[in-house]
Design a protein. Sequence first.
Length: 385
Amino acid sequence: MNQPLTCLFLSLLLCGCAGVTEDSADDGFSEDDDAGGGTGGGGGSASGGRGFGVGGRAGPGAGGRIGGSGGGAPGSGGAAPGGSGGQGSGPKQKKFVGNITTDNRMDYAGKKFATYWDQVTPENAGKWGSVQPNVGSQPNWSTLDGIYDYAQQNGLIFKQHVFIWGNQQPSGAPSESDVRAWISGFCSRYKNTKVIDVVNEPPPHTTPNYTQNISAGASGSWPWIVNAFKWARESCGDAILLLNDYNNIEWDDEVDHFISIVKDIKANGAPIDAVGAQAHDCDHPQMTTARVQANLRKLHEETGLPVHITEYDVSFSSDAEQLRYYQEQFPFFYETDWIEGITIWGWVRGRTWSQAPDSGLIDGNSGAPRPAMTWLMDYLGRPSP
């Protein structure tokens, strides 16, 4: 994956305190987000915009689009050498650096999640098939309830992954009313959800078996995606709505395809707020700093939207290699204004996504930090395990 991605330093920090298919041509991923075989069952002070606030399950929090309370102080560790394109004086807006649940848990190996991360994405529990295995079955919200409540109690930004996807959906053929009930049911229950992957891994990566059932009334090449965004906006208020995908900052042809989807749905009325780049392939040996930075800029400039790094993982058995990639790549993500937030896809070694088995940042038994974790926490001004 990527080589050096540099920037300079940083400043402030944040609010309150994922079946794999590998394509030999592009090493493409279609994540089932299994963590080591496990299955899924900040009140900002700015006004207006889409906010990162904290509130109970019954009511929304307040806050501006990027903002919050608490969190760590500015970090020190500078960027590694190599590459260009930094933003000069660090980020001009607060942003989150979060992680995912581990086997549907938050804290692990005696380590408190909220000490190190200010945002959480349920790895599997928020997928429709985890809540409702069969069309018509009664939703089971219990696992999500626990994750959401932890987030609210600890001042974490809560992100939903995912409403519509070609995997881990209920068996059967969901109708429009089923889809709308799923979306509205989620957002009425978890009112303080701040970021949502509305559609994950659009074609050709995955295709839900019910797209024809949810295309009526919309136009363009992707009417079912347009409708999904409209329904999410109707039910989910000011949450930041994302189209999320893999390979869209790594491989040039896939970047172009993803951009074409975004342009089409925007032109046909989809209320999309930002684009999500999973960034799984950023540790691919063919990736370079210049390539990733150029594709990130292209994604932002041609869609006119902010970018979220949504599933970042650096999988090496070598501590030194993992550390090198973090030092070379992470500062650019963090110090670029239009990258609004970064979610790392797992932090416990041995319990991360099966296609990135060595991406964890702490030992799964002892909880001891790997060098990349120590560097990252220092960079962010957060305590190291």
